[in-house]
Design a binder for this molecule. Structure first.
Ligand code: PLP
Length: 440
C-alpha cells in the first residue's frame, strides 16, 4: 500500500471515529485532521506525508525534553514489566510514587512537601478546590467555599476547572456553571481586594492564579503582584493556589515560576512537564502546615482519589524525566534560549509594523498583532493567519483569539538550541511576510 493511501485511510477513519478535543468538529469533518503525526525526534515532528515540522509549542506546552527520548521509554518498560500499576487507595503504596513525591518535595519551593497525585491539570485543579474547602471545613469554617480566579486564566475542563477558567467561550459551551466560583480582573490587586470585600473573606476558600497565564495569551504576572497577593491572602485567611501546570519544571527559566516572585503558595498544581507528556500525570502539592492540619483534624477516609493517583509507571517516567531536566540543565537552557527567542521577536517587531507587544519568560512567549493605524486589534484576527502560514512552512505555533487577544504564542521544547531558535524565527518571519502581503 502506498504511503498516500494510508494517509487517506487514516483521514477517513479519523473523521468517522475520533472526536477531537478543543477542535472544530465541522472543520475536522470537512477537511480532515490538520496533521497526522507518525514520529518525533528532538524538537521536530514528522507526519504521514514525510513532512518535518518544528514544534514551536512542545505540543501543548508539555513535551519539554523533546521527542524520541529512549530513557523515558525504558523507564516505562522497566516499571511496567516489574509492576505496571497498583492502586494507592486504602493506604497502599508503591516505590515510584513514594520516590517521586519525595523528589517533588525537594524541588518545590518553601515547605511544599506533600503531594496528591492526579492524571493531569484539570484533575489537579478540581482536587485543589476540594482540598481547600475540606481544609476550611475541618477547621470549623465550612462556609469558606468560594474559589476566586482570574479573567483570562485557564485551569482545565472538568466542571470545577471550567468554572475557575476565566475565558468566557469555555463557559458558554454549556451555559451551566458550578456554584461558588468568582472571577477578578487579570493581575489586578484592586479587583481582588474589592472582590474579597464584596464576597466576604469568611466565604472564600482560596484564590487561584497562574504566574504566567498560558492559554489566556501568555500574560506574565507583573513584578510584585504575587508577593502582594500572598499578603492579601494571609491577611484574609484565604489559601493561595498557584497553577504551575504549564510553568512548572523549567518552562519559565526557573524550576517553578513562583520562584521568580519569591512566593510559596499554600497549594501548587503541576501536570504536563512532570513527564514531558510521555504519560499522563499531575498533582497538587501542599505545605507541611496544611498537610499536618489535614492529618490532625481529619476523621475517617479522605473520600477523594482517582484510580490512577500515584500510578507506578507514570511516576517512574516522571522521576526519569526530572533526572533528564536536571542532568541536561534544561531550566538554565530555558532561561538562556528564552532570551534568544525574545531577541528574535524584537527583531521581527522592528521589521513588521503590525507586531505590537512581544514578551517571554524563559521559553514561553507571545507576539501581539495590532493594527498600526489604530493601535488596536484588527477587525479580523491576524494571528490564525500567521499560524497557518507558519504551519505551511514547517513551524507549529498556537494562537489566542478570545477576550480581546490576537496573539501568537510559543512554548518550544526546553531542549531547543540556538540554531533551532533561529530556524523558528526565520520560518516565523517568512510567515509574517506572507501575512503582510495579504494585508496590503
Ligand atoms: N491549568 C493550566 C494552567 C493549563 O494550561 C491546563 C492545560 O492546558 C490545565 C490546567 C488543564 O490541564 P489538562 O489539560 O491536563 O487537564
Amino acid at each position: 500500500m502506498m504511503k498516500t493511501d494510508v494517509h487517506e485511510i487514516l483521514i477517513d477513519l479519523d473523521k468517522k471515529h475520533f472526536i477531537h478535543p478543543t477542535s472544530s468538529l465541522k472543520q475536522q469533518n470537512e477537511s480532515g485532521a490538520t496533521f497526522i503525526f507518525t514520529s518525533g525526534e528532538g524538537v521536530y515532528l514528522t507526519d504521514t506525508s514525510g513532512k518535518r515540522v518544528l514544534e514551536g509549542m512542545a505540543s501543548l506546552w508539555n513535551v519539554n525534553v523533546g521527542y524520541g527520548r529512549k530513557e523515558l521509554a525504558e523507564a516505562a518498560y522497566d516499571q511496567m514489566t516489574k509492576l505496571a500499576f497498583t492502586n494507592s487507595f486504602s493506604s497502599m503504596s508503591n516505590e515510584p510514587a513514594i520516590r517521586l513525591a519525595s523528589k517533588l518535595a525537594e524541588l518545590a519551593p518553601g515547605n511544599l512537601n506533600a503531594v496528591f497525585f492526579t492524571s493531569g491539570g484539570s484533575e489537579s485543579n478540581d482536587t485543589a478546590y476540594k482540598l481547600a474547602r475540606y481544609y476550611w471545613k475541618l477547621k470549623g469554617h465550612a462556609e469558606k467555599k468560594k474559589i476566586i480566579s482570574q479573567k483570562k486564566g485557564y485551569h482545565g475542563v472538568n466542571i470545577g476547572a471550567t468554572s475557575a477558567t476565566g475565558i468566557s467561550p469555555f463557559h458558554s459551551l454549556t451555559n451551566s456553571h458550578a456554584p461558588d466560583f468568582v472571577h477578578v480582573d487579570t493581575f489586578s490587586l484592586d479587583s481582588l481586594r474589592e472582590c474579597i470585600k464584596r464576597e466576604g473573606a469568611n466565604h472564600i476558600a482560596a484564590f487561584i492564579t497562574e504566574p504566567v497565564q498560558g492559554a489566556g495569551g501568555v500574560n506574565i504576572a507583573p513584578e510584585g503582584y504575587l508577593q502582594e497577593v500572598r499578603k492579601i491572602c494571609d491577611e484574609n485567611n484565604i489559601l493561595l493556589i498557584v497553577d504551575e501546570v504549564i510553568t512548572g519544571f523549567g518552562r519559565t527559566g526557573k524550576m517553578f515560576a513562583c520562584e521568580h516572585y519569591g512566593v510559596t503558595p499554600d497549594l501548587m498544581l503541576f501536570a504536563k512537564g512532570v513527564t514531558s507528556g510521555y504519560i499522563p500525570l499531575g498533582g497538587v502539592m501542599v505545605t507541611d502546615t496544611i498537610h499536618q492540619e489535614l492529618i490532625d483534624l481529619s476523621e475517617g477516609v479522605l473520600l477523594h482519589g482517582y484510580t490512577y493517583s500515584g500510578h507506578a509507571t507514570a511516576c517512574a517516567v516522571g522521576l526519569k524525566n526530572i533526572e533528564i531536566i536536571e542532568n541536561e540543565n534544561l531550566v538554565e537552557n530555558s532561561r538562556i534560549m528564552g532570551e534568544e527567542l525574545l531577541n528574535g521577536f524584537k527583531s521581527l517587531q522592528m521589521e513588521f509594523d503590525f507586531i505590537g507587544e512581544v514578551r517571554t519568560l524563559g521559553l514561553i512567549g507571545a507576539i501581539e498583532m495590532v493594527n498600526p493605524e489604530t493601535n488596536e486589534r484588527f477587525d479580523t484576527l491576524i494571528a490564525p493567519r500567521v499560524s497557518a502560514e507558519a504551519a505551511k512552512r514547517g513551524l507549529i505555533v498556537r494562537t489566542v483569539g478570545f477576550e480581546g487577544m490576537d496573539t501568537v504564542v510559543f512554548s518550544p521544547p526546553l531542549i531547543i538550541n540556538k540554531q533551532e531558535i533561529h530556524e523558528l524565527i526565520s520560518i516565523l518571519r517568512e510567515a509574517l511576510i506572507a501575512v503582510q502581503k495579504s494585508l496590503q
